[in-house]
Design a protein. Structure first.
Lengths: 252, 281
């Protein structure tokens, strides 16, 4: 059932006086993987960070216009509720260094002060780690620190941490840019699996990656959304000259 | 060419030598001081030295129980006040790095760090001792608090500054409220740095004499009342050392030995804690 889960309407974002997103209009259907693509500094990360309102953490950062999540204006929603429903994974793996692998997975619960009994906790840890296909690799060392894992494992741990909260949308901000090709392949496989249950917004610099894993692709250029269409369409028949230049590697 | 390389090798060796010589020259007096205190102090120490009160001139024996208890109380109370304040201020400074207020706070912390401890003692004397109508353990603690604050604040601020923003973002993106993010993610990640700064400041003020002269004053008897004058280790060392009596000098050595041992133990604990709780990002 395709229905709109996320919708941006005349959305603008600024850092101080510098406008980084210009009049973005975009609709995202649920259970889609949407790749957000574009040259550096085009505002793609900013766009993703506006969806769960991480953008406003930066001093001087402001935004105008609307983003609707399930029909609710995110700028009027309770911040904590919003962020629990929209999970995020960052460019660099950032497991909590003071916590074990196990504690990292349930960090969303423990840090929020949500009490779980041990059986439920174990269940969440196992299912989240299984979903990110990390369970077999770490099941004997669950109580080691998360930071002892390799970069790729850490990133999958971070994805497990995000999905353990059962979000509806998963925002991935260049999740594989700090990983080697093998870890990247694993994360991509994972995204393919996760698509069954989540809507995924993934920022990527890697065009092959966008082509491989996404249903739709949004092409940002200098803060504008130049083109947004089915990935196949974008890659085979781009409407915009800039898009074509970008995907054929003529700039960016 | 060959000669040139030889010359450069010589320069390398020369530099290495200078570094080693200077380090030795600096360490040697330190070791000599420790050796002297150890040698003189160890003979003064026995059980009765630790549990008895000082005796009047002429009588042999006597101990420093009141000074031990006094120092413990003064430093404990000072820590109870300084640690929460210092950590909170450090958190503020690292969280609002760019604000004007933080700039001024940081500047005053730096200045506070440079104020001689005797001046702090006099100020507390004017503000607290005079208004409360007498010397007290509490006023001594306040003086030490002011001396502890800068190093706690600075070590907290500097530790937290090194914690990557990505950790905070990870926590916030899970819907964790800001205050819990600070308390449960940021502070635990910086605990080793904060702890070592704190213990360092404790061991520094444990040996402070000057600020206690006008505040805690000293007391030849056992006192545990915060509102009364109280004895302290450095004050006892000072009083015994400037006295003309041989066996009082011995007591001063003993007290100095104990004070230094406590400081050494605190530093070792810090090192162990740092190793055990080291956080890797």
């Amino acid at each position: 059932m395709a229905s709109t889960i996320l919708k941006a309407e005349n959305f603008n974002a600024f850092f101080g006086k510098n406008q980084v997103l210009k009049n973005i209009n975009m609709e995202i259907q649920n259970n889609n993987v949407v790749a957000v693509m574009g040259p550096s500094g085009c505002g793609k990360t900013t766009f993703v960070r506006c969806v769960n309102r991480m953008h406003e953490l930066t001093p001087d950062a402001t935004a105008s216009g609307k983003i609707y999540f399930d029909g609710d204006d995110v700028y009027k929603m309770n911040l904590i509720v919003l962020r629990r429903k929209i999970g995020m994974v960052f460019q660099r793996p950032n497991p909590f260094p003071t916590m074990s692998i196990y504690q990292n997975v349930v960090a969303g619960y423990s840090l929020n002060g949500i009490k779980l009994d041990k059986i439920k906790r174990d269940e969440i840890v196992e299912s989240a780690l299984t979903k990110v296909s990390l369970w077999d690799e770490v099941k004997d060392s669950l109580h080691k620190k998360g930071t002892f894992l390799s970069g790729g494992q850490q990133q999958r741990l971070c994805i497990a941490r995000a999905i353990s909260m059962n979000p509806e949308i998963l925002l991935l901000d260049e999740p594989t840019s700090a990983l080697d090709p093998i870890s990247t392949a694993k994360v991509e496989e994972l995204i393919y699996e996760l698509k069954k249950n989540y809507t995924i917004l993934i920022v990527t610099h890697n065009m092959q990656q966008a082509a491989r894993i996404s249903d739709k692709t949004a092409f940002f250029y200098l803060g504008e959304l130049l083109e947004y269409n089915d990935t196949k369409e974008i890659f085979t028949n781009p409407k915009h000259e800039k898009t074509q230049n970008y995907i054929t590697g003529r700039f960016g | 060419m060959d000669k040139n390389i030889k010359y450069r090798n010589f320069k390398n060796l020369f530099f290495k030598g200078i570094v080693i010589v200077f380090t030795s020259v600096c360490t040697l007096p330190l070791l000599l001081v420790l050796y002297r205190i150890f040698k003189e102090g160890i003979s003064a120490i026995n059980w009765s030295f630790l549990v008895n009160l000082p005796k009047p001139v002429g009588e042999t024996g006597g101990g420093i129980a009141n000074a031990l208890v006094g120092s413990a109380i003064i430093v404990l109370v000072a820590s109870i006040i300084a640690i929460p304040f210092g950590v909170c201020i450090g958190v503020y400074l690292s969280e609002y790095r760019k604000s004007k207020f933080a700039y001024w706070v940081l500047l005053s912390v730096d200045v506070l760090q440079g104020i001689p401890s005797i001046v702090i003692g006099i100020i507390i004397y004017l503000w607290v001792v005079k208004t409360m109508g007498g010397f007290s353990a509490f006023s001594g603690s306040l003086a030490l608090t002011l001396l502890m604050l800068p190093s706690i604040i600075k070590s907290t601020e500097e530790t937290l500054k090194l914690i990557p923003d990505s950790l905070k973002e990870a926590s916030l993106s899970l819907g964790v409220p800001y205050y819990r993010t600070i308390l449960k993610v940021i502070l635990p990640s910086g605990i080793t740095g904060i702890l070592s700064g704190t213990i360092l400041s404790v061991s520094r003020v444990a040996g402070e004499t000057a600020p206690l002269l006008f505040t805690a004053f000293g007391n030849p008897f056992m006192n545990t009342n915060l509102m009364k004058p109280i004895s302290s280790m450095p004050a006892v060392i000072f009083n015994y050392a400037i006295s003309p009596y041989e066996d009082w000098h011995k007591l001063a050595w003993g007290a100095a030995f104990i004070l230094i041992s406590v400081i050494l133990i605190l530093n070792i604990i810090t090192k162990i804690a740092q190793r055990r709780w080291r956080v890797q990002f």
